[in-house]
Design a protein around this ligand. Structure first.
Ligand SMILES: Cc1cc2nc3c(=O)[nH]c(=O)nc-3n(C[C@H](O)[C@H](O)[C@H](O)COP(=O)(O)OP(=O)(O)OC[C@H]3O[C@@H](n4cnc5c(N)ncnc54)[C@H](O)[C@@H]3O)c2cc1C
Length: 459
């Protein structure tokens, strides 16, 4: 008997899930339903100053295998490029300061570079060093990143280094983000060792090959990845403009309800963002309630182009971070044309300016013109820019960043349990659950496909 799997959502997680089903069980009928007219979800590359410039993700981390593995499978690994510079800056009361050498996710592991950076006071640098001598004070599971860093290294390290870095990647406040889920490297080092610094150093010695770039991107933009995936799915039943409103358990299995019709399924892989999954699963009230408890933050990303001669700062690095308590609307600026050689035409500078994060919705209240003006004023002051914008565009990413609160892993496990009981055959995957970076989404897409196929085997 032919079985049918429906994948909901055509972002990276859904596309990978569909590919896994097609690859490992060609006899299973598989359909992907995507509500928007395009595939790729939060991965979007468009032209800016004549170059393919990402509106969302522009790189993925290479320290976990799933991204690179998929690129190899798709024959795309020869298109990967790495940033020209990994140096970044943070804004302090005394202007931009280069991040010191020896940082791991914002955590300093070397004393002298930290002191010389002048990002924190000498006393705060000394306080950070106490980590090596303080007794083990691990409080158990469900600690926030802020809690971990503040207890081992003090408030300034948490607020001027770790929060600007990890907070801007997640559009969150590290005092409210689960350490084990969002920064597992830090949490593991702190849990397994008395000292965080020693744990991170040990991990680095055992795991890192310094010759390999930490991040990679695509010459023609991150969309090369989703386009490659879609090419590999030629002949598959992929429907865009097909919004799913509900999934229900009926007499003869699952039923997936769309705008005008419903589709029968034996298993469903649901990769829509958690707040949308909550709506779709409303008839499974417990799971839906838990899904809607996952908060989301919005980010606005303004891409700005200037004449190179108008920018006073030499932009030697990949970008700059702005600490939360600075009062600025801007949270981070990626110096795109310095970070990526292929964005640099020699005449212009491309900046990607971010605003908005958990607890800061000021940017959302502004219309495009107001927003660009406000961000331009800040960025021009910091980077000594004098001329006008040559080109700009605004990308609004509403509710795009799930916030993994302490205990998020147990919440996701509970949602999965609810689904097994209330609506067996439905699996969740994607940014809302076990990592929002592209490699983590790829891994979740694969695992959900495996679970769905295993489940079909039991019917
Ligand atoms: C501005 C920005 C910058 C980022 N930078 C990076 C980065 O540099 N590196 C990195 O690794 N990650 C980055 N990320 C995160 C990463 O891009 C995302 O977490 C990841 O792409 C999410 O993939 P997904 O498939 O889980 O979800 P999505 O891409 O959100 O896909 C879900 C899909 O489901 C569809 N959908 C929703 N509701 C329904 C419905 N009812 N019916 C049918 N379809 C539906 C949506 O239209 C969407 O296409 C960034 C994200 C953003 C927003």
């Amino acid at each position: 008997m032919t079985r049918r799997v429906v994948v909901v959502g055509g972002g990276i997680s859904g596309l990978v899930a569909l590919r896994e089903i097609r690859k490992n069980s060609p006899e299973t009928e598989a359909t992907l339903l995507e509500s928007s007219p395009r595939l790729g979800g939060k991965i979007l590359t468009t032209q800016f100053l004549g170059k393919p410039v990402d509106e969302g993700a522009d790189a993925f981390i290479n320290r976990v295998p799933w991204g690179l593995e998929l690129c190899k499978e798709l024959g795309l690994d020869n298109l990967l490029v790495s940033p020209t510079s990994s140096e970044a800056y943070v804004l302090t009361d005394n202007g931009l300061k280069r991040l010191p050498k020896g940082l791991v996710l914002g955590v300093p592991t070397r004393f002298l570079p930290l002191v010389r950076s002048r990002i924190v006071s000498p006393w705060a640098a000394l306080r950070a060093g106490f980590d090596r001598y303080l007794p083990d004070d691990w409080p158990g599971d469900d600690e926030s990143i802020g809690g971990l860093i503040r207890r081992r290294m003090g408030d300034q390290i948490a607020e001027r280094l770790v929060d600007p870095l990890i907070g801007s990647i997640n559009a969150g406040n590290t005092d409210h983000l689960d350490a084990a889920m969002v920064a597992p490297q830090l949490e593991t080092a702190a849990r397994r060792n008395r000292s965080l610094i020693m744990g991170l150093r040990e991990h680095k010695q055992n795991n890192h090959n310094d010759d390999e770039p930490v991040f990679v991107g695509f010459r023609e933009g991150m969309q090369q990845l989703t386009e490659g995936l879609v090419r590999s799915l030629a002949g598959s039943d992929i429907r865009t403009g097909a919004s799913v409103h509900a999934i229900e358990l009926g007499q003869s299995g699952l039923r997936v309800f769309g705008d005008t019709k419903s589709t029968e399924a034996d298993a469903v892989i649901l990769t829509a963002p958690a707040h949308q999954a909550a709506e779709i699963l409303q008839t499974s009230s417990q799971a839906s309630e838990r899904l809607s408890s996952i908060e989301h933050a919005s980010v606005v990303l303004v891409t700005m182009g200037f004449k190179r001669s108008d920018v006073g700062n030499p932009l030697n690095g990949s970008g700059m971070l702005i600490p939360r308590n600075s009062g600025f609307l801007t949270t981070a600026v990626s110096w795109g044309s310095s970070k990526w050689r292929h964005w640099d035409d020699g005449e212009h500078v491309i900046l990607r300016v971010s605003a908005g994060r958990a607890g800061d919705t000021r940017a959302l209240a502004l219309d495009d013109n107001e927003l660009v003006e406000a961000l331009l004023t800040e960025v021009a002051q910091i980077l000594k820019i004098e001329g006008n914008l040559v080109e700009w565009r605004v990308s609004r990413w509403i509710d795009a960043f799930p916030q993994y609160a302490p205990g998020h892993d147990r919440l996701v496990a509970a949602i999965e349990r609810d689904l097994r009981t209330a609506i067996p055959g439905v699996y969740i995957a994607g940014a809302g659950y076990r990592g929002l970076g592209i490699p983590a989404c790829i891994n979740q897409g694969k695992l959900a496909a495996k679970s769905a196929l295993d489940y079909l085997g039991t019917l």
